[in-house]
Structures are given as C-alpha cells and as structure tokens.
Design a protein around this ligand. Structure first.
Ligand code: PHE
Length: 357
C-alpha cells in the first residue's frame, strides 16, 4: 500500500510535469485531488485501515497531498508565465519600423493659381473680397451699366434661377466676378483696393469652356487713379505671376459697359510652341478699364472725387498657360491620376514661388 502510494505520487507528478496547458493541469488535479479523485478516495478509506497503521498512513497521505498540491501550483505558475511570454511575443511591436506613408492630398491647380494671384496682388496692397455665386440681376448686370435687353446679357449665356430675391430681383448664377465690385463699393467708402477670386457660370461647354469656371476681379478706387496705374499694376502682376521679367504686355482698346475707356490685355507668346514671353504672337488674357462714372454713381460714390480701375481675368486660362495644360475638361473630372500629375504640395507656399520682390 505504501508502495502503491509512492508510485501513484510519482505517476501523478509526472503527469503534472507533462501537462501542456492550464486545462490539462486542472484535469490532473481533479483526477488526483478532486472530490472523486484517487487521493481523496484513499483518504476516505483511512477509517478502514488498521488502527496501528492509521497514523503513519494518514501522515503519508497528507505528505503526498501536500507534494502534489505544491507541484500543481508550481506547474500552474510556470504555465501562466509561459502563456504571458507567448502573448508578449505575439503582441510585440517593432517601434523602429518606419510608418507606412499616408495618402497625401495635393492642392488643385486652380486653388494654387488663386493663391499665387492673391500673393502678388497682396504684395501690392490689395485685400481679398468675396461675393456669393447666386447674385441678383442688378448686381450682375444693372449696376454694372448693362441695361435690360443689352446684348451683353445674352453674350454671357446666363443661368437664371427660379424665384426672386427679397427685393423682387431675378436670381442668376453670376456670369462674372464683377458684381463683387458693386458689393465692395456699396459696402464701404473708398479708397478701395480689392481682388475677388471666385466661381463664375455661363451656359457654355467645350474643350476650352466649362459651365463653371473661375475669374478674379480687381478694383482700385482712389482720388488720383489713372490709366497709368492700371497699366503699371497689370504689367507688374503679369510679369510676377508668369515669372518672366520682360514678358511683353499689350493694351488693346476694347469695350465693356462698366469701364470707360476699356482695354483688353494681351501677352506675348509663340502660338506654335505655346511658349510665353517671345515668338511675336499675342494672346488675350484679361479685360480691364477705368470704372465707368455711372457704375460709381450706382454705388453712391461721387465720380468727381473718386475714380479707379477694374479688371477681370479668367483663372483657368492663366493656369493652363502657366503650367502648359492644353485641355480644360480634366480640371473638374476628379480623375486622381490627373490630380496627382498636376497638383501642388500644400507645404510649398505660393508667395515664395512668384517672381514678386
Ligand atoms: N467682367 C468682364 C468679363 O467677364 C471682365 C472685366 C472686369 C472687364 C472688369 C473690365 C473690368 O469679361
């Protein structure tokens, strides 16, 4: 019987050592020390043992129980350590690995061009003004000296919107940024120096026209502004914007209802190669003129005291010229390949890229 106990203990110790995980270990414990376990059964049988052997037998059983309990505890601790080690190994993070590059957005060529224009005019003391895309026909046409039934209203292929404004005017998608002239002049007294970049709309769609496009308006009103200021300002701007110090600039007499005199501005380029700055050909780039006295009066400004110049320029046009882009349509297709090829890194600040000193 003593031998039986010794071999049972040795066998159970071996099984404890072999238990590969906590569940297996617990099975060994239950089989030996559980309510119906082998050692428990032996202890229950103690009463049947002859009284002279009982004491020694009881001590031996207790010793075996202690030994097994200790061995189980030790094994449990070892298995728990091993499990933790395994988990730590599995969850290990190599902090020295470089991060995966994040997808980076780029600045659209239109946004970039607006930033560049704002940077150049900002250096000349102009601030940015804004107006809404939906205008009333008074600010888009009437106040600009474009009367009802004037051909300019048809020329602009205007999108009219349903309904009327609170003061009963027709609603249009602005066909140019010139209504911002009206908003600025009625919004506060001169002197004024603003540029107003923004979206404009005309019902026109082909390779060089989009029904939505961008313009930038310029307006300078002061007491002694002359055509000379207009010319100097625009020549400086165009040379800084295109980064060509001797870019040829030509002022050509024209007509706009809201300026008098009016001039269209051309820059020198090579029609064959598309190269700017030389080649003997001319390319129309913007409209300009001295603000018409009627427009000043429409805005409550005394035209005998104040005068100034205004200009309007298509942003897509100058962006395409500057960056050698030949098709307008992909500008608004949101094709990620085109955007990647033409986009600008946001950290490249526009003002440092222009030629303005
Ligand atoms: N608004 C004119 C256009 O869209 C441009 C312009 C603006 C001309 C200001 C003169 C002065 O064509």
């Amino acid at each position: 019987m003593t031998d039986d106990l010794a071999s049972f203990e040795a066998e159970t110790l071996a099984r404890i050592g072999a238990a590969g995980d906590l569940a297996a270990l617990d099975a060994v414990r239950v089989a030996a020390l559980g309510k119906n376990g082998a050692l428990t059964a032996l202890m229950k049988g103690l009463g049947a043992v002859a009284p002279e052997e009982r004491k020694a037998r009881g001590a031996a059983l207790n010793a075996a129980k202690d030994a097994l309990t200790q061995a189980i505890e030790a094994r449990r601790a070892a298995l728990a350590d091993a499990a933790l080690d395994q988990r730590l190994a599995a969850e290990r993070i190599d902090v020295t690995l470089p991060p995966r590059p994040e997808a980076q957005g780029l600045v659209h060529v239109i946004s970039r061009t607006v930033e560049e224009i704002v940077a150049v005019f900002g250096a000349m003391g102009f601030t940015v003004a804004e107006g809404p895309d939906i205008e009333d026909d008074w600010k888009n046409f009437g106040a600009l000296n474009i009367p009802e039934h004037h051909p300019a209203r048809q020329d602009h292929d205007t999108f009219y919107l349903p309904g009327r404004t609170a003061d009963g005017r027709e609603k249009v998608l602005r066909t140019h940024t010139s209504p911002v002239q009206i908003r600025t002049m009625t919004g506060g007294p001169p002197p004024i120096r603003v540029i107003a970049p923004g979206r404009t709309y005309r019902a026109d769609h082909d390779a060089t026209h989009s029904p939505m496009f961008h313009q930038v308006e310029g307006l300078a009103i002061d007491r002694h502004i002359t055509l000379g200021h207009l010319k100097g300002c625009l020549v400086d701007f165009l040379r800084a914007f295109f980064g060509i110090a001797h870019l040829p600039v030509r002022f050509r007499s024209s007509y706009f209802p809201f300026t008098e005199p009016s001039m269209e501005v051309d820059i020198g380029w090579n029609r064959r190669t598309g190269e700017l700055g030389s080649g003997g050909d001319w390319l129309e780039i913007l409209g300009s003129g001295m603000v018409h006295p009627k427009v000043l009066l429409n805005c409550g400004i005394d035209h005998t005291e104040w005068q100034g110049f205004a200009f309007g320029m298509g942003i897509e046009r100058v962006a395409m010229l500057k960056h050698g882009l030949t098709d307008l349509r992909p500008f608004y297709d949101s094709d990620i390949r085109w955007l990647r090829a033409t986009g600008f890194r946001p950290e490249d600040v526009a003002s440092t890229a222009t030629g303005i000193a």
